[in-house]
Design a protein around this ligand. Structure first.
Ligand code: B12
Ligand code: SF4
Length: 512
């Protein structure tokens, strides 16, 4: 069969053709298994192609495929609705949807969009069977579909293969250029974080996203995990893929896209010992309760330059309510361990969980002040299907209708980028809610600037930067980039290896 896989636009960056983006791993994996079965697969990654609605319509009219496959997160609901209807209008062919939107909202999708089949959870085995049973999808486990206008959900899929048994993503079906970018090593947020985060300039210039497993074994109440089961790859299998990426695409850095990368001590130590000889820089998501000095040191030594830690809040009460199963003390210990060992920390914060108030926000501000982290913008809680909180909101009537709610989430991206509250689950009025958030972010920035001012390291570095700038302009006259690179090389950033602890401190103004 001739299949087109589509990745809808996701990020809010300027839609410029070829913009840097995360490699769409799901489509890479699905393309690989379909090709293995002899199907012909093409990919339209609109996250990088940035075609507008008319251009997408033109593309669909001008081409013909037997099946269309789309991947999507919940906030891409409206996009999927528009896209699937376009496909139905111009090419009346089956449309299959996978990803968190299909996994957690299959009925809403089938009822309100042009999608014919939702693939629930991991898609490799399901999609290959589906292609063989398109005329009678009821035989395939792990899907939801429409049968004569009725919504049908088949039995859940039990996987016959381990994650090591699937092929690596089919990188060859993609134009890889946009996925190899130094900007992708860690997410950024807010001007202060950008200014004070040396990870924007890591040694690696060719960085790619990949996954070492699916899902996460924890159950934080606000979180909608990628899939609802945890299945990990073996370390040898992961290393083999990294070697391929290094050899074929000259990859120097990896941003691990797993819900949770640093999942336990044993696996992490084995991973570190095997990735170290590859001489890459990398980063990923860690749990605070397992990030000790031992692990942070091993990770740093193996090329890790930073970790994301879901701190969420500095209030014990809030962490308990969120079912975070990590305490404030553990969070603090993990941050200090990471910083002591020369790792950057990207702390994720959540605002607006039920029970949030001035007291809990002050606790979070105080935590940041104690550990001396650069300020971060809070993520405003927006319950998404797949989270316990979303179910609770439905039960309590706070969200009446999933379809209308998803429309609003996709239209405004409320909570994610606009700073607007979509469902206010606190005791505060919407105005108080937004004022307190504004106060929190401003206070954190002010505290950090105060810390910087107080730090003589800051003044030392400022003097050093001035002298370097003067020297560079005198000697190079024009902006000679190779001279800059040589200078930066002396900071440990020019030789493809991660910086030493001192070098990180020098750049990061570490204050703890
Ligand atoms: C990279 C990434 C992004 C990237 C780009 C994503 C893209 N589409 O290009 C960016 C940075 C843009 C992004 C943005 C957001 N993201 Co995001 N992101 C991820 C991340 C880290 C990796 C995605 C990935 O590659 N996963 C690996 C693949 C293999 O997993 P998978 O997609 O589940 O695929 C499997 C199955 O679902 C299925 N499948 C998937 N697609 C298809 C398609 C077909 C045809 C078939 C048959 C099967 C199939 O088969 C696959 C293989 O088994 C995930 C976390 C994670 N580990 O998944 C979060 C995640 C997907 N993001 C999430 C969220 C919440 C967001 C934001 C709302 C965050 C924010 N604060 O702004 C925004 C949404 C923006 C928008 N407009 O929609 C949630 C999604 C929850 C949900 N219910 O939708 C996740 C799960 C993180 C989390 N735990 O909270 N994200
Ligand atoms: S927030 Fe992190 S640790 Fe908690 S369930 Fe989600 S991915 Fe897992």
């Amino acid at each position: 069969m001739k299949i087109l896989l589509i990745n809808p636009m996701a990020s809010r960056k300027a839609p410029v053709k070829g913009r840097p983006a995360h490699f769409p791993v799901a489509l890479g994996l699905i393309a690989a298994v379909l090709k293995e079965k002899g199907h012909s697969v093409e990919v339209l990654d609109n996250e990088t192609e940035c075609l507008n609605r008319h251009e997408v319509a033109g593309f669909i009219r001008g081409t013909d495929y037997d099946v269309y496959g789309i991947t999507a997160m919940s906030p891409q609901y409206s996009y999927v609705k528009g896209l699937s209807r376009l496909i139905k209008k111009y090419r009346d062919r089956p449309v299959i949807l996978g990803g968190p939107l299909a996994t957690y909202s299959p009925y809403t999708v089938l009822e309100h969009t042009g999608v014919d089949v939702c693939v629930i959870g991991e898609g490799e085995e399901t999609v290959t069977e589906l292609m063989e049973n398109m005329d009678d999808p009821g035989r395939v486990h792990g899907i939801a579909y429409l049968k004569e206008g009725r919504l049908v959900r088949t039995a859940p899929r039990s996987y016959t293969k381990s994650r090591d048994d699937y092929p690596f993503p089919d990188y060859e079906s993609f134009n890889m250029r946009p996925y190899l970018s130094k900007q992708l090593i860690l997410y950024e947020s807010g001007p202060a974080a950008r200014l004070f985060n040396p990870i924007r300039n890591p040694a690696a210039t060719r960085t790619i996203g990949m996954i070492t497993g699916m899902g996460c074994p924890y159950h934080c109440a606000f979180c909608s995990r990628s899939v609802n089961r945890t299945r990990l790859r073996s370390i040898d299998n992961i290393i083999a893929e990294i070697e391929l990426l290094k050899e074929r695409y000259g990859v120097e850095g990896i941003f691990f896209l797993d819900d949770l990368l640093i999942i336990n001590r044993k696996r992490t130590l084995e991973f570190c010992s095997k990735i170290k000889p590859l001489g890459l820089v990398w980063s990923g998501q860690a749990r605070a309760d397992i990030l000790t000095d031992e692990l942070a040191g091993a990770m740093r030594d193996a090329g890790c330059i930073g970790v994301g830690i879901g701190l969420e809040s500095g209030s014990e009460r809030m962490l308990k309510a969120m079912n975070k199963t990590a305490t404030v003390e553990q969070n603090e210990r993990a941050i200090r361990a990471a910083l002591r060992n020369g790792l950057m920390v990207r702390a994720q914060l959540l605002y607006g969980f039920p029970g949030e108030d001035r007291e809990s926000v002050e606790d979070t501000i105080a935590l940041f002040k104690r550990v001396g982290l650069p300020p971060r913008r809070f993520n405003i809680l927006t319950p998404l299907p797949g989270s316990a909180l979303f179910d609770e909101c439905l039960k309590r009537g706070l969200i009446e209708n999933e379809a209308t709610y998803l429309e609003r989430v996709s239209r405004y991206e409320a909570g994610f980028a606009t700073g607007r509250v979509l469902v206010n689950l606190t005791e505060m009025s919407d105005e108080e809610f937004e004022d307190l958030l504004d106060y929190a972010e401003r206070t954190m920035e002010k505290n950090f600037v105060d810390l910087l001012r107080a730090s003589h390291r800051f003044w030392r570095l400022r003097g050093w930067c001035r002298s370097l700038a003067k020297y560079a302009f005198k000697t190079t006259k024009v902006l000679d980039m190779s001279a800059w690179k040589r200078k930066l090389g002396s900071l440990g950033r020019g030789d493809g290896r991660p910086m030493t602890q001192e070098q990180t401190e020098e750049l990061y103004f570490r204050l703890s």
